[in-house]
Design a binder for this molecule. Sequence first.
Ligand SMILES: C[S@@+](CC[C@H](N)C(=O)[O-])C[C@H]1O[C@@H](n2cnc3c(N)ncnc32)[C@H](O)[C@@H]1O
Ligand code: SF4
Length: 382
Amino acid sequence: MSGLYLHIPFCLSKCAYCGFYSIPSTKRKADFLEALKHELVSRKDYLHGEKVETVYFGGGTPSLLHLEEIEDIHKTLHDCFEIDPEAEVSFEANPDTLSLEYLSGLRSLGVNRLSIGIQSFFDNDLRYLSRKHDSSHARQCLDLAKEAGFENISIDLIYGLPTSDADQWNRNLDLFFELDIPHLSAYALTLEPNAVLTKQIEMGKAMPINEEDSIRDYEILCHRAAEHGYEHYEISNFSQLGMHSRHNTSYWFGIPYAGFGPSAHSYDGKSRQWNVSSLERYVEASSVIARSVATRQSTVAEKEILSPEQQYDEYVMLRLRSMWGIDLNDIKREMGERFSYHCEQKAQPLIAQGRLSQNKEILYLNDDQMLFADGIAEELFW
Ligand SMILES: C[S@@+](CC[C@H](N)C(=O)[O-])C[C@H]1O[C@@H](n2cnc3c(N)ncnc32)[C@H](O)[C@@H]1O
Ligand code: SF4
């Protein structure tokens, strides 16, 4: 069992808050597609023939690719990997790039899950975030996705915005529930080090954000999602029963995946590697590939073999964020007793402080501690 991730590094423009690797121009799209094909072919053995159960087109903005370009990638993927006919194939899309024809085309190319970056259904929030779409686009594209036959739809929303009070956030959620969308990824607005918004706030040119707003919105979100029967299966992810993202869940379960494109990460069960976050260097390296795969690897990717201690820390970090929690039996079986012992010992004071709960061999984060998961994980680290 394994997964594939493809990073499509183009956007129409760069959103002020975004820290993902992408460039606001499609000028080098043809070069990128050629390089991507090279990378897929050259790394087709990365997963050792494991069946692929999930494919994820992320970005950037994958919906800037034309249908013929996606079809071409699709062919290469099937030539290089054994993809389960029942695989989950997810595709990230921006509201301003979608038409009924395009969405129907995606469906016929085998895309069966759509993740749309709505961010907010309100124009004042969208302007603050410098999004290219407006609230009517946001509504419209969801109607189009349903009309094209998509049932497995997810939207992204951002909360903790200074342009929104509790009432507006509630109304954003009202719309989400009314539209009966099966999956929500909701993120607290984070100030990324190189993002324009971070600099604008520092210079007093944009409204600052504050943590209390995020905490308030997150509490509202958790409460309302539970009321509507959504499973809170990871800190930022909520789904109707059985509609969780299989691809993202497989990251938390340590299932191997191969990532392609600039900045994409891969994990083979023992080591991690990540491609360079530069389209220039990524494309350049593809011309080297004909000569030597090894040269390409050293040119575009960095690799780290995880020590048992790092594997333990990663497990703790990822599983603490999920509703499945940390299974001490898993740790004992996969990493050894010294790690499960360490984890249980470190957990005791956190349980006493009401931050964690233990049910038999499983450690869970308490509901009101979700936003502090990273700090709590650090307390459990090796
Ligand atoms: C890979 S991004 C892009 C998806 C798509 N290009 C779009 O913008 O609609 C996935 C999601 O991460 C979230 N995100 C990106 N930067 C963020 C930030 N600084 N704070 C909070 N959420 C962020 C947004 O909700 C975004 O939709
Ligand atoms: S949020 Fe999405 S559209 Fe905006 S710059 Fe980031 S990847 Fe591109």
